[in-house]
Design a protein around this ligand. Structure first.
Ligand code: DGL
Length: 277
């Protein structure tokens, strides 16, 4: 394995850019390949066999065409249904997933009422049930499946995003810092941080929004070190190419312009997008 090999990151679409942003901040010298499966989004309302088939196909493409040295599944839904199988099929590949930040939220809440926004696929998975079970008694989690929200964010349909944020926040009851109110809101889908300002305006300034970008990025660095994966900055002598910011390669199974525009808006980068077949 070489330090110059990229780290693969994928999501059903543009949502995983919220994780990629944190990964590039944590590991600035690494090369990344980001795969947006926009041609098959959204995952959240698909059956598990379809999501698993896509996770398998993308992992194979990232390995065979891009020679990745590690994989970050930047999608809660794909992590919930596929990570254990993808890990079993690729035992030599370090694989990091994401899950809704229930544990950090349980530590933060004072009212012991936590709202959880996620896709139906994530909330109905066995992995999520096990996570919820492990936190039993620490807080009351109000689970809100958010059908259509990731898709509306994917397509940048502003009016629909606003209507769905209104609808789903109202569905979780009263927000605030008083007893009986929800004081912590988990953004359990990687698309939702891109609606964070809208959500914060609806739930009020005292409510904490919790997402997983930074903890996942820190965990990725830690896992790469533990698995002794060579890293660019660490491998290169000072003053050589190793100090430079890593490259980012963008691939999409949907319209390339949509990913290009999202990367411009959210990562402030203007890069070409390759079309995956
Ligand atoms: N961004 C993804 C997640 O974290 C998937 C959203 C979707 O495609 O439904 O679950």
């Amino acid at each position: 394995m070489q330090a110059s090999q990229p780290i693969g990151v994928f999501d059903s679409g543009v949502g995983g850019l919220s994780i990629l942003r944190a990964l590039r901040a944590e590991l600035p010298q690494e090369h990344f390949v980001y795969f947006a499966d926009s041609g098959h989004a959204p995952y959240g309302e698909r059956d598990t066999a379809q999501v698993l088939a896509r996770a398998r196909a993308i992992t194979t493409e990232l390995l065979e065409r891009h020679d990745i040295k590690a994989l970050v599944i930047a999608c809660n839904t794909a992590t919930a249904v596929a990570i254990h199988l993808i890990r079993a099929e690729h035992p030599g590949l370090p694989i990091i997933g994401v899950e809704p930040a229930l544990k950090p939220a349980a530590a933060l809440t004072r009212t012991r009422r936590v709202g959880v926004m996620a896709t139906r696929g994530t909330l109905e998975s066995a992995k999520f049930a096990a996570l919820l079970d492990s936190l039993c008694g620490l807080a009351i989690f109000i689970l809100q499946p958010c059908d259509g929200l990731a898709d509306a964010i994917e397509r940048q349909e502003t009016n629909k995003i606003i209507a769905l944020c209104d609808h789903y926040t109202m569905g979780m009851g009263q927000f605030g810092s008083k007893e009986g109110q929800v004081d912590t809101l988990v953004l359990g889908c990687t698309h939702y941080p891109f609606a964070a300002d809208l959500l914060q305006a609806r739930v009020g300034p005292s409510v904490r929004l919790v997402d997983t970008g930074e903890p996942v990025a820190r965990h990725t660095r830690q896992l790469l070190l533990t698995r002794q994966v060579p890293l660019r900055g660490a491998a290169a002598p000072p003053g050589t190419e190793g100090g430079a910011t890593g490259h980012l390669t963008l691939v999409s199974s949907g319209p390339p312009e949509a990913l290009r525009e999202a990367v411009r808006r959210w990562l402030d980068l203007d890069l070409p997008v390759r079309q995956s077949d």
